[in-house]
Design a protein around this ligand. Structure first.
Ligand SMILES: C[S@@+](CC[C@H](N)C(=O)[O-])C[C@H]1O[C@@H](n2cnc3c(N)ncnc32)[C@H](O)[C@@H]1O
Length: 406
């Protein structure tokens, strides 16, 4: 009897999946014990990306264990991420839905490669159990992509502490349309969903990178409640024909960290700031947001510090003030994107409200300096730190500025 149990315990776990119109159904799964791994892994952080040690820590031991375990099957990079993402899909029934961008078939094909391995499944299930809403998935994505993803591509994710503080700067309105036009891993929309809570809203994510739209789609499918409608698209924000233009004049709130200061030679439809000669992505981003927002709508975004302080942008600032009310600026310290973006570019949080009419109205604005953001700056090695953004976002004087009606 004892030997029969031993044989059964060693029987490989079989999990096979079938996909119908991007709906996922599991055909057969033997039970997978949630216990300890059958054989200890020699874990070392050497050579691995430091993202597992940052302000959105994904468990260091789990990340090393998963990385090593998947490498034994030659599964790396995007496929390694898809294995984990598909295990979320498989186990979190709440997120069963039709996916337009997340590559469900490819994900389950990757998961099938390791689905017989109890050790791998145990690591995956431990990760999913520790973060059932998938809020760490963007960090995992960066972990598996490493520097190739970020360096020189302008593709990196905003640290969650900053995204959360920015979401708090949006005034909550029932039924609001909330957009991140360069949504990356969906961190802003995830935080907007948390801020809206029991209040209904429509969350719209767009990015030029299809895989990132898929990542946002998955993260929101896991984390957003049913009364938050979800919508996704994959368009070039700077293309005048982009379908995003369907939202023209309808959006109530935009949260974003767009690509900074990219020189743009020619665009399909130059807006006012671009037309002034500011031929870069920052000016065009402001033009596009003005076009998309409803009168009185709010833009809370990260933009280069130089835009706020350098004299070369004076004309841009003057012109912007004709269409926008400046609600506030939060100056961030240097180094907030050092780890995710490998850049020391300084950024500010800028809050603007689209004017409802042409007449000038007196309004209040806040100017705040945030010396700390919840994690150590210019560092790859430590975890949490003080977060002055929490104090700023909750300050009654700031709330007075953001809740003022246009
Ligand atoms: C700095 S990342 C920020 C991502 C995300 N909003 C966040 O903060 O985590 C900039 C994002 O803009 C996207 N992007 C770059 N150029 C774009 C374009 N022309 N249209 C739409 N998205 C674009 C990139 O793919 C990238 O995800």
């Amino acid at each position: 009897m004892a030997s029969k149990r031993a044989i059964q315990a060693r029987k490989p776990t079989t999990v096979r999946y079938t996909i119908r119109k991007h709906r996922v159904s599991r055909l057969k799964e033997d039970s997978v014990p949630n216990g300890a791994m059958s054989r200890p892994l020699q874990a070392s952080l050497n050579g691995l990306d430091g993202l597992n040690q940052r302000e959105q820590p994904i468990a260091a031991a789990a990340s090393v264990a998963l990385h090593n375990a998947l490498r034994r099957y030659g599964v790396e990079g995007e496929d390694a991420f898809l294995v984990l993402a598909s295990r979320y899909l498989d186990t979190q029934k709440a997120c069963r839905r039709d996916f337009s961008f997340f590559p469900v078939e490819r994900g389950f094909a990757a998961l099938n490669i390791v689905a017989h391995d109890k050790q791998v499944l145990s690591i995956l299930d431990g990760i999913v159990a520790g973060d059932p809403q998938g809020r760490d998935l963007a960090t995992w994505y960066q972990f598996f992509f490493g520097r190739r993803f970020r360096e020189g591509s302008g593709k990196f994710f905003t640290p969650r502490t900053i995204a959360a503080a920015m979401a708090r700067l949006l005034p909550v309105q029932p039924g609001a349309i909330l957009l991140d036009p360069t949504c990356g891993g969906g961190t802003f929309l995830c935080e907007a969903s948390r801020r809206w809570g029991s209040t209904p809203c429509r969350l719209v994510g767009n990015d030029v990178d299809r895989m990132l739209v898929g990542l946002t789609e998955l993260v929101l499918a896991l984390s957003a409640p049913a009364h938050h409608d979800l919508e996704f698209s994959c368009f070039n924000l700077y293309d005048a024909d982009a379908e995003l233009r369907n939202l023209r004049g309808k959006v109530h709130g935009i949260l974003a960290n767009p690509p900074f200061s990219l020189p743009l030679e020619r665009v399909a439809k130059p807006g006012e700031l671009f037309g002034l000669g500011y031929r870069n992505s920052d000016a065009l981003f402001l033009d596009v947001c003005l076009d998309l927002l409803a009168p009185g709508g709010s833009l809370v975004c990260l933009l280069p510090h130089s835009l706020i302080v350098n004299s070369e942008f004076e004309q841009l600032r003057r012109s912007a003030e004709r269409h926008w009310e400046l609600c506030g600026v939060v100056t961030l310290p240097e180094g907030v994107f050092y780890l995710t973006g490998n850049t020391t570019t300084r950024a500010d949080i800028i809050q603007l409200r689209k004017k409802a009419g042409r007449q000038q109205q007196a309004h209040k604005a806040f100017f705040a300096n945030a010396p700390t953001v919840g994690f150590p700056l210019n560092s790859r090695t430590t975890y949490f730190g003080e977060n002055s953004l929490d104090l700023i976002a909750g300050d009654p004087r700031v709330l007075e500025c953001i809740n003022a009606t246009a």
